[in-house]
Design a binder for this molecule. Structure first.
Ligand SMILES: Nc1ncnc2c1ncn2[C@@H]1O[C@H](COP(=O)(O)OP(=O)(O)OP(=O)(O)O)[C@@H](O)[C@H]1O
Ligand SMILES: [Mg+2]
Length: 231
């Protein structure tokens, strides 16, 4: 797997410089980063960095090799083998097993490849969304009644690849159910984690909702079970 932006890496340096340049450009023109005609690697790096900043803050300074170093071997294999077009997967296991780090490494690698390769790799990578089951639930709760669609839910539905961390920690399942039903209908993949077993998740979300996580477009996703060790 490629290291994503190790110290001294030219792409990382480009990001750091681009970050400052972009912040100045955005200050002058709030739509600066919306302009897709600015599609060179330098600007891709800056945008990728913005996306990675939406991942959990304690991961942001870490490269994908560093992230995967603490992920169980079983998860590392699935992460390294994942390519666009493959179905998603669900990593389950005890707290501290490295589930969040493992899937963050995948997001980071896909962003890195998008920055490097441009084209399709970039048009997909820039539509990656990171969220948690509870964030979706809270977003729906906080959205004003009658104010139309919840933006965070719409974005999660439209993501090229959705990272859905900590399934089962949402008190109201309706937001996650909506997102999974929508993504199932559009056959787009979701990579998720949970501290619960598949049986507990079935009880929490219902088997019908869980089936939508695993069979988008009829393509079966996999469960990476890290309970009892991840070798
Ligand atoms: N907030 C944090 N700040 C710094 N390091 C962390 C933090 N959270 C976790 N880590 C480190 O990353 C390792 C793997 O944690 P990770 O969060 O990926 O596990 P997890 O399987 O997602 O756990 P959980 O089910 O609690 O979300 C931990 O053992 C710890 O060393
Ligand atoms: Mg986690």
């Amino acid at each position: 797997m490629d290291e994503m932006f190790p110290v001294g890496d030219p792409v990382r340096q480009a990001i750091e410089t681009a970050q400052a340049a972009c912040e100045a450009a955005v200050a002058k023109n709030p739509h600066y980063l919306d302009d897709t005609s600015r599609g060179n690697g330098y600007e891709r790096a800056a945008e990728a960095h913005q996306i990675f900043r939406t991942f959990p803050h304690w991961l942001v300074q870490k490269g994908s090799t560093e992230l995967l170093a603490k992920a169980p071997a079983k998860l590392e294999r699935v992460v390294k083998a994942w390519r666009w077009g493959k179905p998603g997967f669900l990593a389950i296991g005890p707290t501290g097993a490295g589930k969040t780090r493992g899937i963050a490494a995948l997001g980071r690698t896909l962003l890195y490849r998008g920055v490097e390769d441009g084209g399709d790799a970039w048009s997909r990578a820039r539509r990656i969304i990171w969220t948690t089951a509870n964030d979706l639930c809270e977003a729906r709760r906080e959205w004003r009644l009658g104010a139309g669609e919840v933006p965070a839910i719409r974005e999660a539905c439209n993501a090229s690849l959705l990272f859905l961390d900590d399934m089962g920690l949402d008190r109201d399942i309706s937001a996650v159910r909506k997102v999974l039903e929508d993504r199932y209908d559009h056959a787009v993949p979701t990579v998720s984690t949970s501290g619960l077993s598949v049986e507990e998740l079935d009880r929490h979300y219902s088997p019908a909702v869980m089936r939508r996580l695993f069979e988008p477009g009829g393509k079966g996703g996999v469960v990476v079970d890290l309970f009892g060790g991840g070798q």
